[in-house]
Design a binder for this molecule. Structure first.
Ligand code: PMP
Length: 399
């Protein structure tokens, strides 16, 4: 009998399945709104000019490819810390924060999960309802039971904040709470600054372990403004975790560049925590890859390239906002009396449209427009050429 005779076929990733169906669709007017990446006005994944310049310089230098430190090079981890916590944060001078390069945001979440499993093995992990589908899988793979907390309110297209707070208040001490720092995936519904402050206070009172997932820094309001959640947890004075990613804001998806940062109480704690984190990394993949992190570090270290990057990131942010406004206007004109303000209130690449699975199916079969079953669409996949068509189709299935 074969070793693999009893191996079951795992369920297909729903979003990758969508991409396959889209690729096979012969209709020329087809649009893929199911993706999780930023496309430019031409419908392409951009290679940022700042990244290209840094890359060309690097290729010219033709450096040897030795192993990196287990936690990644200091030029990179320091740059990550300054982006997340602010360049002049006392936290950095006090040596209280540990940062390790991760294999994308996903890898950062996973090494954070593995480390937490050594520190609080009995904890439950709570993720938002709904959340990025991989959150559950990552923390279950790390060995935790995963439950959800109230988050999205379908009635408003925003956050059910009372429900969320009640859920947080009911959690056992040392529960791990995964929070989307900005541009919530999949809903686009974010907390206000005042709500972040309340959430931070609730975590203090309940002795919870916050784990901020920052996959879209710079896509809502800007680099510093999007770090507001981080600053409210800093002010609250409790330990917390942050996973961050340069997949979107540097358009470096395939390079797998991310980081895990852990805010501790003292330099001494930080040293011990880093030593344990290095063990986790060492037994997973030993040490991280060079190229993508070097590009990010080089861009952030050069005044000129950094300014150019911020300009390019601003361009992505403004284009998304223009698409949100364009979609809202068209839907309001086509379906009078229905409130579409959520389209422009929600932030980041995604919008929860409130479309039912049947309406999503009709978009696909009648119009060749592909969206996630939940009704999530990627706003960054819209452009001047497909906006009218998409808006008309959504209006038609809503009527
Ligand atoms: N967290 C969230 C909320 C995300 O949306 C994503 C990317 N889709 C990630 C983490 C992972 O990002 P990366 O591609 O850098 O692993």
């Amino acid at each position: 009998r074969s070793l693999f005779a009893a191996v079951e076929l795992a369920p297909r990733d729903p979003i990758l399945g969508l991409n396959e169906a889209f690729a096979a669709d012969p209709r020329p007017q087809k649009v893929n709104l199911g993706v999780g990446v930023y496309y430019d006005e031409e419908g392409r994944i951009p290679l940022l000019a700042s990244v290209k310049t840094a890359e060309e310089a690097r290729v010219r230098q033709a450096k040897p490819r030795g192993y990196q430190p287990i936690e990644g090079p200091a030029a990179y981890t320091g740059a990550v810390q300054r982006l997340l916590f602010g360049a002049d944060s006392p936290l950095l001078a006090e040596g209280r924060v540990v940062t390790a390069q991760g294999l994308g945001g996903t890898g950062a979440l996973r090494i954070g999960g593995d480390l937490l499993r050594r520190i609080v093995p009995e904890a439950t992990v709570y993720i938002s309802d709904p959340s990025w589908e991989n959150h559950r899988g990552i923390f279950e793979a790390a060995g935790f039971p995963v439950r959800t907390y109230r988050y999205y309110d379908p009635a408003t297209g925003g956050v059910d904040f009372a429900g969320m707070k009640a859920a947080l208040a009911a959690m056992a001490p040392r529960s791990i709470v995964v929070l989307h720092a900005c541009c919530h995936n999949p809903t686009g519904a974010d907390l206000t600054e005042a709500q972040w402050q309340e959430v931070a206070q609730t975590c203090v009172a309940g002795e919870l372990v916050p784990f901020l997932d920052m996959a879209y820094q710079g896509f809502a309001e800007g680099i510093d403004a999007d770090a507001a959640a981080v600053h409210h947890f800093l002010a609250a004075g409790i330990p917390f975790f942050v996973s961050s990613s340069f997949s979107k804001n540097f358009s470096l998806y395939g390079e797998r560049v991310g980081a895990l940062s852990i805010v501790t109480g003292s330099r001494d704690e930080a040293e011990r925590v880093l030593s344990q984190l290095k063990r986790v990394i060492r037994t997973n993949y030993s040490n991280p890859p060079t190229h993508g992190a070097a590009l990010v570090a080089d861009v952030l270290a050069s005044g000129e390239l950094r300014a150019q990057w911020e300009e390019e990131l601003g361009g992505m942010r403004r284009r998304i906002r223009a698409m949100r406004e364009g979609l809202r206007q068209r839907l309001e004109a086509a379906v009078p009396g229905k409130d579409f303000s959520f389209v422009t209130e929600q932030r980041g690449m995604f919008s929860y449209t409130g479309l039912t699975p049947e309406q999503v199916e009709r978009l696909k079969s009648e119009y060749g427009i592909y969206a996630v079953r939940s009704g999530r669409i990627c706003i960054a996949a819209l452009n001047a050429r497909n906006l009218d068509y998409v808006a008309e189709a959504i209006a038609a299935v809503l009527r």
